[in-house]
Design a protein around this ligand. Structure first.
Ligand code: PBG
Length: 332
């Protein structure tokens, strides 16, 4: 006797999972190499490749090796790299003047990569923390992070980076009004095609620890960044920040960290439809890498799953320390 209709599951969703070919056919989102931005740590010297203890597999590179890394990234089809300087404590001051020195580490590196690998897009970080004696992203007076004075400093920093050939500026400081001020200054200086990827929804997160080791800011930082970075409990505020930054002239917006904030990525994409990026930050990298090294999870599979999740959440791209490894796997 044939079972009645009611005895069957109403819909057999397993049908399209039954074979690799049907699974491929029914896949909604894909990760491609075009989605990757690779953050690179740079330092002074020559031929230097210095390990970072809390980020196994990630190194601080001297400029000559950063150029090699950029060549390697371009060869893998990665569209952009992002530079973060490890600055010598001796150049850190309360005034942060090294930030807009045309010959600082970052600016020399931008010029070197532009000359050798013109096809790769260079993103930079705009914030004062690598140059600040107290480790903060803004200028500090009497323990207060100064907003408007910091914005003036960030504008100087942005103009010099644009002069050196940066393609995408990444203000990561969370001061109010910096996107509008930087955009106006770029227009005024004839840098009409320099893009701004605003770290619009950047949370005061415990997941930045290994990064602060990598750039040498851990020891310097006095207190925390909660007066400018966001409260992890907030979501509506992220929408207000993104709306504001797009209105002020940001071309792209970022949510940071990534994995714990995929709800913010989805909401941002649905609300604004703007180019939306997530930063899979140093602590997220360290968790996956650390667990994989201990054999607790399968590293490659966890890495690829975590990156695909960003696409599913609506992101157009991901800043990730896994970029070259993921690109190699995607190439097959
Ligand atoms: C600072 C900056 C931080 C990161 C990028 N830019 C750290 C911070 O805000 O303290 C974190 C990136 C990471 O953890 O991978 N302007």
């Amino acid at each position: 006797m044939r079972p009645t209709q009611a005895a069957f599951p109403a819909t057999r969703l397993r049908r399209l999972r039954a074979s690799e070919s049907l699974r491929r056919l029914a896949q909604e989102n894909v990760l491609t190499t075009n989605d990757l931005i690779w953050p690179i740590f740079i330092r002074d010297g020559e031929g230097v490749q210095e390990p970072i203890a809390s980020m196994p597999g990630v190194f601080r590179l001297s400029i000559d090796l950063a150029v090699k890394a950029a060549e390697q990234a371009a060869g893998l089809g990665i569209p952009a790299i992002c530079l973060f300087p490890y600055t010598d404590p001796s150049v850190k001051t309360e005034a942060c003047a090294e930030a807009w020195n045309p010959d600082n580490l970052t600016n020399r590196c931008i010029r070197a990569i532009k000359a050798a690998v013109p096809e790769i897009a260079i993103m930079t970080d705009i914030a004062l923390d690598p140059y600040n004696a107290n480790g903060h992203d803004g200028l500090v007076r009497d323990g207060i992070i100064l907003n408007d004075e910091t914005v003036e400093a960030l504008v100087r920093m942005a103009l010099v980076q644009a002069d050196c050939g940066a393609d995408i500026l990444g203000p990561s400081d969370m001061m109010d009004g910096r996107i509008g001020a930087i955009r106006a200054a770029l227009e005024g200086a004839g840098h009409k095609d320099v893009a701004i990827l605003s770290y619009a929804a950047k949370y005061a997160s415990a997941f930045y620890g290994p990064f602060r080791d990598a750039v040498g800011a851990s020891g310097a930082l006095k207190g925390d960044k909660k007066t400018y970075q966001m409260n992890p409990g907030n979501s509506d505020e992220a929408m207000r920040l993104i709306e504001r930054d797009l209105r002020e002239g940001a071309d792209m917006v970022m949510v940071k960290p990534g994995m714990p904030y995929l709800d913010i990525c989805r909401r941002a994409k649905d609300t604004f439809g703007a180019p939306t990026y997530a930063y899979q930050v140093s602590g997220e990298y360290a968790m996956i890498r650390g667990a994989a090294e201990r054999g607790w999870i399968k590293g490659e599979a966890a890495m690829m799953e975590s990156l695909l999740a960003f696409k599913r959440a609506g992101c157009d791209g991901i800043l990730t320390y896994f970029a070259p490894e993921a690109a190699r796997l995607l190439r097959g």
